[in-house]
Write a protein that binds this ligand. Structure first.
Ligand code: PEP
Length: 247
């Protein structure tokens, strides 16, 4: 009932020349009609990416919570939509750490994106200190409670569980740990949005590669992956798409 979604996040990487990678990614996506594939790119590349690979879902990595206004240097949901984005990531842990964004900010950004008709991937996840203190479950539950909009449903809203300590480190939680947090996240969604929770995809993110994708994606309640480093080249991203498609 929930199609797998493999989403890339280029972060502050890429250039017009790097968009050539999207050709093989789009071809792999076309060869995998049973799953969804998306790539979030820097604001400056959205239009060129969307024009180069119109069949591939291209998104933004963030949007401002306001529709417009005096916010120098920021970009609104309406702007990224006009540029060609179909979705945006919000609440990524790098923005929480670098820009001090909160779960409330993620909520406001998700709501702003939805107002403009964008799909949303909202990130949550504990730090290493929080996991070591046995607080991972409570932290993720609190983040979900504060950031998931009341009207969230699977037609536009996706949650991504990304333990911060697993992002870009080559380290991943055990499959049991992933299954446990995803089950808790699903149950928290149910208390917040009721039966609509069953339709919301929950992605795992954090050092997903072609080597570990198949087992992670086969884990209960894992409906796809949010992929950073391994989404930058087709050589690394396509095997993850193929792993998802093979399940
Ligand atoms: C991310 O940026 O969302 C991410 C999961 O990064 P990586 O795959 O590089 O750990």
């Amino acid at each position: 009932m929930r199609r797998k979604l493999v989403a890339g996040n280029w972060k502050m990487n890429g250039s017009r020349a790097a968009l050539a990678e999207l050709d093989a990614i789009a071809a792999a996506a076309a060869a995998a009609p049973g799953i969804d594939v998306a790539v979030a790119v820097p604001f400056t590349l959205i239009t060129a990416a969307a024009e180069r690979t119109p069949a591939l879902a291209i998104g933004a990595e963030d949007v401002h919570e306001a529709d417009s206004g005096a916010h120098t240097g920021c970009v609104s949901a309406a702007m990224v939509k006009e540029a060609g984005a179909g979705f945006t990531i919000v609440g990524h842990s790098e923005r929480r750490a670098d820009q001090h964004e909160t779960s409330h900010d993620a909520w406001a950004k998700a709501a702003a994106a939805h107002r403009q008709g964008l799909n949303v991937i909202l990130c949550c996840g504990e730090t290493e200190a929080e996991r070591d203190a046995d607080r991972a479950e409570r932290v993720v539950q609190a983040q979900i409670e504060k950031s998931v909009p009341d009207n969230a449903d699977g037609s536009w809203f996706t949650l991504a569980y990304e333990p911060r300590w697993a992002i870009g480190t080559g380290r991943t939680p055990t499959l049991e740990e992933i299954a446990s947090i995803h089950a808790i996240a699903r149950s928290k969604l149910k208390t917040l949005i009721g039966d609509r929770a069953a339709g919301v995809r929950i992605l795992y993110g954090g050092s997903v590669t072609g080597a570990n994708a198949a087992t992670i994606l086969a884990t209960d309640n894992v409906d796809g992956a949010l992929v950073g480093g391994a989404s930058l080249t087709a050589a690394k991203f396509v095997p993850i798409i193929e792993a998802a498609a093979s399940l």
